[in-house]
Design a protein around this ligand. Structure first.
Ligand code: SAH
Length: 232
């Protein structure tokens, strides 16, 4: 594997494998309500804040019932399920069939048999169609910069009016934290984490005709995520 494209294909395969195996067990628990350790509890709370911020933004606009939403990399449905419950028409997909299976189970438990959200196992770069709003939360952290920009490009083509993204921002402090984390790899660190410069992400959005409208930062001790809403 010595070309850039081979390496990125490899990144995707590794991520998919992770979220179908050890990553599935770890994240299903973090994105759940059972007992977890302190670090995982901190991450659970941070992630919930990100989800709650997105829900609050969409609800504040007061037109949820008319919206089609694509949740790309939906995980166990942490956003898709409440969004569908609030009336949006949600198309949720994820590259991991285990995550999608769990999301479907949770949706049926919480909402009963329903085709909203609609779930599919799909790489976000293979998605097609058009949606009012496309949302991609905490996925870009798994990909290097060039790949993240290619993903934003693809998601841009699916989104009519709004794109909401979150990523781990590359700042001096977080780069340092990541270095320390890489130095002491724990058993759960099976995938690499990539930090992204906010200015690069914004540039990528602007090049595709987007303008950042709302912006939020979630940070707890072990979770940090920059959230951007772009519209056009
Ligand atoms: N967005 C969800 C899940 C975040 S965890 C939430 O915030 O709750 C990251 C998820 O991204 C995992 O479920 C993983 O399987 C998924 N993922 C990673 N790469 C992907 C890709 N190329 N296409 C679709 N999903 C992907």
């Amino acid at each position: 594997m010595n070309t850039v494209s081979d390496k990125t294909v490899d990144d995707k395969a590794v991520v998919q494998e992770y979220f179908n195996a050890t990553g599935f067990d770890r994240w299903r628990r973090i994105y759940g309500d059972g007992e977890v350790n302190k670090v995982q509890l901190d991450i659970r709370k941070g992630h919930q804040q990100t989800v709650d911020t997105v829900l609050a933004w969409l609800q504040a606009d007061g037109n949820l019932a008319n919206l089609t939403v694509c949740d790309a990399g939906c995980g166990v449905g942490s956003l898709s399920i409440p969004l569908a419950a609030a009336g949006a028409k949600v198309y949720a997909s994820d590259i991991s069939e285990k995550m999608v299976g769990e999301a479907q189970t949770r949706a049926t438990t919480e909402l009963g048999q329903s085709d909203n959200p609609t779930f599919a196992v799909q790489d976000l770069e293979a998605l097609s169609g058009n949606y009012h709003t496309v949302i991609c939360l905490d996925v870009l952290i798994h990909y290097p910069q060039d790949k993240a920009i290619a993903m934003i490009d693809h998601l841009s083509n699916l989104a009519d009016s709004r794109l909401i993204l979150s990523f781990a921002p590359k700042t001096f402090a977080y780069s340092l934290l990541k270095k320390i984390g890489d130095f002491f790899p724990g058993p759960s660190k099976a995938t690499r984490a990539y930090l992204h410069k906010e200015s690069n992400i914004v540039k990528g959005l602007e090049a595709r005709g987007w303008k950042v409208q709302r912006n939020a930062m979630t940070k707890t001790s072990f979770y940090f995520s920059r959230l951007l809403e772009a519209t056009r």
